[in-house]
Design a protein around this ligand. Structure first.
Ligand code: ATP
Length: 625
């Protein structure tokens, strides 16, 4: 349907811009939602990814504000668009920029926090006095309502339109209270639109409090052959590969290098730590030479996020590029010419699957999406790449061994992956006990397994733990007994495992020296207490010595007990915990010694052993005297 067919007619400058963009026809969602929104109806719009929902609200907003009889006064706003992520807010803002070039037209501003303080936003707002605000919920709330002693300067009395873009995601991310606060702050006489490719039941709550008799617009795609409804665009080819966890990386490289179309790829991982880790690994793999590799996740600061996002958007068509990311880049983002989506891990929320896939095959273009799943009938297919896979994993381990930072990052990524696995919405499919965590760890190139309760009753096949010191041999031995698995032990000195970063390495060495000194002092103390006085034997003196020793041991035992308790509670994700692994060796020895003494003391009390025997066992023999 042509834009000219719309009633009421669009302004000539909008039609002109659409023509410049080459958008000769409306998409189905635009044809249904724009007339309703322009006719003052509240709308709930659900349409597949890449179907053009953004223009379905941008055009009505511009038209409405441009045609106002009374111009908005200083500090008054006429429209508000709330998005779940900063990137999406930036993108929506850039669509407004295309249409609002002329200074006589309404003005818009972006409010996303991060780099700007609230005070900066207020100053910018006062200077620009925009008619349209686009932003993320938290900062918008502060700007509209005020925060602490900072009072709001934004006047919402004349607000005509509120849009919640990716509305269900806003709720999923826990913004429901913030949205309530914003909605109750706005005038009731306004138009509200909710837009998303998926809608959850929770949306009905917003609809109840924020919308009046909304019209629901649902644009779905029909499979030409089966006539079934699809939640993804017809031009999108979706597939999945079932493989072992440790083969995922090889699959990723195989897909990227063998699929001709795979020029601009987005690769999804489960967590930020996984993105960080694999970003560093992939950068160093010669198999991916010639591709620019980028990473994007929610824990990066806004500046870096924006720079990465912009860099990836601006990659020329002829270049090959990879964006590794979390679901922060799953929804709404309109990156041009992405031809391949690879999901290394399935999303926790099955709804996100279609949003991830939807970053390709946008606006009628073709695209492919592949999901990597663990284990199944396609094993036969992936066996063929086993040798290739082993070489690749060896390469990864070598990269990790060259920098202790990657060891830390790998442990963190693995722990976060395991934790995220337990949080899948479809927990009846994604069960940790069915997942071979040994193979996952192998796929991550880990040198050893982190300490985490989740590993207790899990499958740990095929993981060769690198022998790092005495304690690690002990662990390998333990696994050998539990799982009947053979381990190839190769020795490696943890103390000598260096950070590539010189200043970080210096700090580590200093800390190590301090810890060694501390331990030596503590051992010395015990030893000194045990040195009973030379000269004539004195029962009184001996009793006194024993009392001092008992006191010292009791306090040390309490200290260790506290530490153990704390360790159990500490999330193994904390890198401190991981860094502390070495020190545990000393504590373990002391702990065992204390336990032994306690057992002997009990035996002595029950008269199962004689005092001489007891003293000999704990090192208080007559020869010491
Ligand atoms: N009428 C049109 N004709 C051609 N292309 C269009 C038209 N409307 C929008 N597009 C283009 O389609 C792409 C997808 O649009 P948009 O980002 O609005 O999709 P969306 O439905 O919001 O997707 P998502 O659910 O992923 O957020 C954009 O690149 C946009 O420029």
């Amino acid at each position: 349907m042509s834009w000219d067919a719309l009633e009421p007619k669009l302004s000539p400058f909008i039609l002109g811009t659409l023509a410049t963009l080459g958008f000769s026809e409306m998409t189905p969602v635009q044809a249904s939602a724009i007339p309703l929104f322009m006719k003052n109806k509240d709308v709930v719009v659900e349409a597949v990814t890449g179907s053009g929902k953004t223009l379905a609200f941008v055009i009505p907003i511009i038209e409405k504000l441009k045609c106002r009889k009374k111009r908005l006064a200083k500090n008054e706003i006429g429209a508000l668009i709330i998005t779940p992520t900063r990137e999406l807010a930036q993108q929506v803002s850039s669509v407004f920029s295309i249409f609002l070039k002329d200074p006589s037209l309404p003005k818009h501003a972006l409010v996303i926090g991060g780099t700007n303080t609230l005070q900066d936003d207020i100053t910018e707002f006062k200077e620009l006095s925009p008619d349209i605000l686009i932003g993320t919920p938290g900062r918008l709330q502060d700007l509209l309502i005020g925060k602490g002693s900072i009072k709001s300067v934004v006047n919402t009395k004349e607000l005509e339109i509120l849009v919640l873009d990716e509305a269900d995601r806003l709720l999923d991310m826990g913004f429901s209270q913030t949205l309530d606060n914003i909605i109750t702050h706005l005038p009731k006489q306004r138009r509200t639109g909710l837009f998303s490719a998926t809608m959850t039941d929770a949306i009905s709550e917003i609809v109840r409090v924020g919308l009046r008799n909304p019209v629901r617009v649902i644009v779905k795609v029909e499979d030409i052959i089966s006539k079934d409804e699809q939640r993804t665009p017809a031009t999108l080819d979706i597939g999945c590969i079932v493989c072992e966890p440790h083969q995922k990386l090889a699959q990723l490289i195989r897909i990227i290098n063998r699929e001709k179309a795979a020029k601009k790829c987005i690769v999804y991982f489960a967590t930020c730590a996984c993105v960080d880790y694999f970003y560093k690994i992939l950068l160093k793999l010669p198999q991916l030479k010639g591709r620019s590799i980028h990473s994007l996740h929610g824990q990066m600061d806004t500046k870096r996020r924006t720079a990465t996002y912009q860099a990836f958007i601006n990659i020329p068509l002829t270049s090959k590029a990879l964006l590794l990311c979390t679901d922060v880049a799953a929804r709404g983002l309109d990156v041009p010419d992405v031809d391949f989506i690879i999901q290394m891990d399935p999303p926790q929320d099955p709804k996100v699957f279609s949003h991830r896939c939807g970053r390709t095959a946008r606006a009628g273009k073709e695209g492919k999406a592949i999901l990597l799943l663990v284990k199944g009938r396609e094993e036969v297919y992936v066996d063929a790449i086993d040798e290739e896979n082993d070489n690749l994993l060896k390469q990864v381990r070598d990269i990790v061994l060259a920098d202790r930072d990657l060891y830390d990052k790998g442990m963190k990524a693995f722990v976060s992956y395991v934790r995220s696995y337990t949080k899948h919405d479809a927990s009846y499919i994604f069960r940790l006990k069915d997942l071979d965590l040994g193979k996952v760890a192998k796929g991550y190139g880990l040198l050893r397994l982190p300490k985490m309760p989740e590993l207790k009753d899990c499958k740990l096949n095929d993981f060769e733990e690198t022998s790092i010191n005495v304690r690690q041999i002990y662990i390998c031995f333990f696994f050998f007994h539990r799982n009947g698995i053979h381990h190839n032990i190769f020795c490696f000195q943890m103390d000598e495992y260096k950070y590539a970063d010189k200043s970080r390495e210096k700090k580590r060495r200093q800390k190590l020296a301090e810890e060694k000194l501390k331990f030596a002092t503590q051992s010395d103390k015990i030893h000194k207490v045990r040195q009973l006085p030379k000269g004539p034997w004195s029962a009184k003196k001996l009793a006194k010595q024993r009392k001092v020793e008992r006191k010292f041991k009791k306090s040390r035992k309490n200290e260790l007990l506290k530490k153990r308790k704390a360790d159990d509670m500490i999330d193994a994700m904390s890198s401190n915990r991981i860094n502390d692994i070495d020190n545990d060796d000393n504590d373990d020895n002391e702990w065992k010694e204390l336990q032994k003494e306690e057992r002997l003391a009990k035996k002595l009390k029950k008269r199962k052993i004689k005092r001489e025997e007891f003293e000999k066992e704990i090192g208080l023999t007559v020869s010491d005297v």
